[in-house]
Design a protein around this ligand. Structure first.
Ligand SMILES: [Fe+2]
Length: 129
């Protein structure tokens, strides 16, 4: 679930016309760093304009695309996501606690290929850094 939360590439496909732009499915160029024991990265992407990312006091029409900056901090089971736009700053704090095993955590079927890949590579002794 943490891995899915950190994904930068699904907006154009999964959130088409809300926070994703199907006309621009390019992944942002992201550089991760470990700072004070947390994985962190930030990126800016253009998203379809709506009242959640425009300054409604200054702009009435929500047309086109607007830049939105995401800054994420993650530990192995927690993600802090900050979204900056002309509308202001929103923060989402995700905390995950596995109930039993990895299969029990899964609630989204599109994650199954990624989890299957990770299990398969783990069985071969391959570890990701
Ligand atoms: Fe999403």
């Amino acid at each position: 679930m943490v891995e899915a939360t950190l994904d930068t590439y699904h907006f154009a496909f999964i959130h088409a016309s809300t926070i994703g732009d199907p006309g621009n499915p390019r992944a942002p160029n992201v550089r991760t760093q470990i700072v004070d024991g947390k994985l962190t990265f930030s990126y800016t992407i253009d998203q379809p304009a709506n009242e959640t990312i425009i300054n409604v006091a200054e702009e009435r029409d929500a047309d086109g695309l607007r830049p939105v900056t995401y800054t994420l901090l993650a530990t192995p089971n927690v993600v802090h996501l900050k979204k900056d736009s002309a509308a202001g700053v929103f923060v989402i704090y995700f905390a995950y606690a596995p109930v039993t095993d990895l299969d029990a955590e899964l609630q989204v079927h599109m994650d199954r290929p990624t989890v299957g890949y990770r299990k398969w590579t783990a069985e071969m002794g391959i570890r990701f850094l």
